[in-house]
Design a protein around this ligand. Structure first.
Ligand code: SF4
Length: 235
């Protein structure tokens, strides 16, 4: 796996951004997250070593814009160059998540057609309102590999009608001392919908504040993922 953040910074977009870890980290360091700037890693996928080989070895999954949003308006002027690199590196698989799926058709290159084989797009939703709005757009988009990311999940979501053609649904809670509760029943409900539609399911992390069988728990950040794994409900 490799990380690729061609730019840094992001703007809060919806309820799910309330405790964004990028904003929290930047504010501790006195950095303005709302200032969007290119990073020195902009050309990372096509950088080569002294022997002329790509530094990122073939076959890797590249996590693109995991500390920003690939469809951010501020980055419109840079995205075509990113697509050139994605096309050049057909030996890598690129994955980006977005809360701005409504911008997708304005952002893709001319030769996108029904999607690049080496790109997975994850549409992130946090509540029923964002699910209904974003997923009704997402379901009709020409994308070869689609995931739905329900993280942070802040209320019960019904995904009925949105799972056709989805490869994976990821569910996770919020991480913050003021985080909104994650109820395990909501997780199981989404899992059930995935089972019925034969869609892979991954419970990625618990929430700092977690409800199971009606009991409330407060978990440490370091335990959020391991506790979710212990549930052993992925398929
Ligand atoms: S879209 Fe993602 S990176 Fe941007 S503010 Fe929201 S949570 Fe943070």
């Amino acid at each position: 796996m490799a990380m690729w953040n061609p730019w840094r910074g992001c703007h809060k977009k919806s309820e799910g951004c309330k405790y964004c870890y990028i904003h929290k980290g930047d504010s501790r360091r006195g950095i303005d997250t709302n200032k969007i700037v290119k990073t020195k890693n902009f050309y990372a996928p096509i950088e080569k070593n002294k022997s002329g080989e790509y530094k990122i070895k073939p076959g890797k999954t590249v996590y693109l814009c995991f500390s920003t949003d690939f469809l951010l308006e501020d980055a419109d002027k840079w995205r075509d160059e990113c697509f050139d690199m994605i096309r050049e590196r057909s030996d890598l698989h690129f994955l980006f998540l977005t809360k701005r799926i409504e911008r997708f058709t304005d952002c893709i290159p001319k030769d996108w057609k029904d999607g690049y084989e080496n790109v997975t797009v994850g549409c992130t939703v946090e509540n029923q309102e964002t699910a209904d709005y974003r997923l009704s757009i997402f379901k009709d988009l020409p994308i070869k590999h689609k995931n739905i990311i329900c993280q942070p999940l802040i209320e019960e979501i019904d995904l009925t009608g949105y799972l056709d053609g989805i490869e994976l649904v990821v569910v996770g809670g919020e991480s913050d001392k003021n985080a909104r509760f994650l109820d395990y029943e909501w997780v199981l409900k989404i899992r059930e919908a995935c089972k019925e539609s034969n869609t892979h399911f991954n419970f990625r992390q618990c929430g700092t504040h977690f409800i199971k069988d009606g009991k409330k728990y407060t978990l440490k950040v370091k335990d959020l993922c391991s506790q979710a794994r212990k549930a052993n409900i992925d398929f």
